[in-house]
Design a protein around this ligand. Structure first.
Ligand SMILES: [Zn+2]
Ligand SMILES: [Zn+2]
Length: 386
């Protein structure tokens, strides 16, 4: 045995750590170094080594008896002659359970399962147990106009998704080929491997990466899909966009996602809409909002103005003496409530359309008008308005 390992250091806990602290530290590290959490092969390889170390440390420190023995011997294990395949009873301490000679298998999948409550794939490979699996949900981003969102529309979309391979009908097997016993694990679905540690030689078991734990493999994989049982297809789908949908909302098409594996159900397709902004209107729920400029004379005297709506122009009576900033409401000129109960309103705020240039006559009239109100008017020299 070359190096003696500090199990406390490996788990990052103190020598006085409680069972709970040890368990928490192990969970955290096991998650961090789980092969499925790594991105590259190199990371995976490194993590695997680390993972085994963590597991080894935990298997000792989580067991009260073993931890006490380890504590007692500490770093003197080597000198005490515990390395190099010398295991069994030493000095009256029972180390059974640590040597391969004892015939005890430590099943990493089982350990993880018990710690995490299941849900982990096979250790050392990303292969999961291949039961029926639901297909992946898909997302499709659809751009629509403001009016399309307001009134609803029908769209044709092209969706690329995994469908059942038409050559092997999803089995993954080349037509005519058989399903045979996995030669890597001999049909057990698990592979035994040994590791030499300070505590002796561990014999551990992991899920077979060739058959994914099934114990059976396809003799010849389907050439079309390489044994996956699925292939990528682009489908044209017709989508009904309901009136009243808003930016960021989604329509789900059940079962239109990727096909499931081994008889599992298909995933769903989510169509997420992006609504383009409108030139005039903004939206607040099912109401639409706008700002309009109204000529000064109409604000003062009142009169009819034309208001654009989503359904064309309408006439609106501006009351006499309307102040800038006044808001008016046109009932039911907004957007259809998507739940089917009526429509929102159109709310618009008016501002004065101040004329930029007046001719001499207009200026005179306005001056005269102001003087009738008793306002003092000092008109700047001509040219100021240029
Ligand atoms: Zn196929
Ligand atoms: Zn196998």
């Amino acid at each position: 045995m070359a190096d003696s390992k500090d199990y406390y250091e490996i788990l990052g806990v103190s020598k006085t750590a409680t069972a709970d602290e040890i368990k928490r530290a192990f969970r955290k590290l096991a998650k961090q170094y789980h092969p499925d959490a790594q991105h590259t092969e190199e990371e995976k390889a490194k993590a695997e080594v680390k993972f085994k170390e963590i597991n080894e440390a935990y298997s000792v420190l989580s067991d009260e008896t073993k931890r006490a023995q380890y504590d007692r011997f500490g770093s003197n294990f080597e000198q005490a002659g515990f390395g190099g395949g010398s295991y069994g009873n030493y000095g009256g301490f029972d180390f059974s359970g640590f040597g391969s000679g004892m015939g005890v298998d430590i099943d990493l999948d089982d350990i993880l399962g018990s710690v995490f409550g299941g849900g982990f794939g096979g250790f050392g490979s990303s292969a999961k147990k291949k039961g029926p699996t639901k297909g992946a949900d898909l997302r499709y981003n659809l751009n629509i106009t403001f009016e399309e969102a307001a009134f609803g529309t029908k769209k044709e979309i092209n969706v690329a998704r995994q469908e059942k391979c038409e050559v092997c009908h999803g089995s993954g097997a080349k037509p005519g080929s058989k399903v045979v016993t996995c030669d890597k694990c001999g049909g057990r679905g698990k592979i035994q491997f040994t590791q030499n540690t300070i505590m002796g030689t561990f014999s551990s078991v992991k899920t077979c990466d060739k058959c994914g734990g099934e114990g059976k493999v396809i003799e010849a994989p389907c050439e079309k899909c390489n044994g996956k049982g699925t292939s990528r297809k682009t489908r044209k789908l017709s989508v009904t966009i309901p009136a009243g949908i808003d930016n960021g909302q989604a329509i789900s098409l059940s079962g239109e996602g990727d096909v499931g594996l081994k008889g599992g159900p298909s995933g769903d397709l989510y169509i997420v809409v992006s609504v383009a902004p409108h030139k005039i209107f903004t939206r607040r729920g099912f109401d639409i909002l706008a700002n309009f400029k109204v000529p000064y004379s109409k604000m003062v005297l009142g009169g009819t103005i034309k208001i654009p709506t989503l359904e064309g122009e309408v006439e609106f009576e501006i009351p006499e003496g309307t102040n800038a900033g006044t808001t008016f409401k046109l009932k039911e000129k907004g957007i259809q409530n998507i739940h089917g109960r009526g429509k929102g309103n159109l709310e618009f705020t008016v501002d004065v359309d101040i004329p930029k240039r007046l001719n001499d006559r207009q200026r005179e009239i306005l001056k005269e008008f102001a003087s009738t109100l008793g306002e003092e008017v000092s008109v700047k020299k001509k040219g100021f308005f240029r």
